[in-house]
Write a protein that binds this ligand. Sequence first.
Ligand code: SF4
Length: 469
Amino acid sequence: MTSNTEKRKMNEECGVFGIFNHKDAASIAFHALNALQHRGQEGAGIVSSDGTTLKQRKNEGLVRNVFSGDDLEALKGIHAIGHVRYSISSHGGIMNVQPLLFHSQTGSLGLCHNGNIVNATILKDHLEQQGSIFQTTSDTEIIAHLIKRHRGTMLERLKESLLYLEGAFAFLLLLEDEMYVALDKHGLRPLSLGKMDNGAIVVASETCAFDAIKAVFLRDVSPGEVLMIKDGQLISEDYSQEKRQQMCMMEYVYFSRPDSQIEGINVYYARKACGARLAKEAPVDCDIVIGVPDSGMSAAVGYSQASNIPLELGMIKNKSAERTFIEPSQDLREEAVSLKISTIRSVIEGKRVVLIDDSIVRGTTIKQLIRLLKGAGAKEIHIRIASPEIRYPCFYGVDFSTYSELISAHKTVAEVQEIIQADSLAFLSIKGMIEAVGRKPNQYCLACFNGKYPIHLYQPIDEANLEIK
Ligand code: SF4
């Protein structure tokens, strides 16, 4: 886990959690959001309902800093939705921290979202021309305006509204005594359904949140599915018939916690299998295997077991390194690495090291880690990456949306090796990654690896290099 507002190597837009019909709904949401903290560290919020009134508490910062005991007491109710945020498509600030809360003469609506709506600008322009005034710069708010413009039951209006949206989204909506859940028709983001002992329904971006609150996993929400939870019933309908699962491969590679299950596959085992496959595809004669903490640890176990090279703890995270706000500039990213990680010299000195990481985005982190290993006396440093080169930007809710910030976008493996100053560098193949994770090739989004975007892109791709693959 990174500290307060510190940037991870790459960032997911958000994590969501919802609970319906439990006397401790807000406290349970707090614990579940803590378990989802890795998905967003810039802000957190909860909207709860006692059955008649919605209440909200949200702020910038980590979950544990946003909610005091008094806040949770004030949020006491029987239903709640919550959110952890990392902002990519709109500016930060309290205004955009979710859940958003809207009040109208017909009732109130709490709303939160994980993902990115790729036609947001077009929809916002259209809605503003029709008289909408937006409270935030977040794309999440669009759905509330669309719902308001349709007629019928809430379920009918929501289904109609979702048809306008293109992109990756997992929505949770809370009314006074109803909750709605919706997943985009490509199922790009994970969203799971569970149950608590008392029968309360829970929904979360990752199953690790269920473990934190002792809920039982029921099933994953399906692409294009809308759930209505109301009057003791859970009703499932599809908002679109054009649905096809294309789970973000990066959820397996990097975003999700190792203890989460995504579509029946445990994330730790997926990463370990990628490491084992990498050992077969890119063997190297070395003395020890080291995993980059924490992101490369699971793959390092797989690489070590498949290669019979001993796994050692050569690097540790400095848990006490308290950070102040870090601007995402290159200099500060580099400084952050050496403050966060220490080497164990007696493990590394004089050794030929295979260093395993899950991925390379900008190259900054791995370059710094190589410097640290050299400083600790490593004889050779061979970098093995348990995913393919990231050569294309992501427009579906991850914070690398330009070619210019990807070290592998226009460089060969040899050129990247030269820049990061490694003795050798190899990446897992796309085929190897797909086979290691274990689902069918057409069940993933692989766009950042192969440039084949499953959802039409509406916005200019990269202001520096306007190219659409
Ligand atoms: S482009 Fe990459 S990071 Fe973005 S959704 Fe697809 S697999 Fe995930």
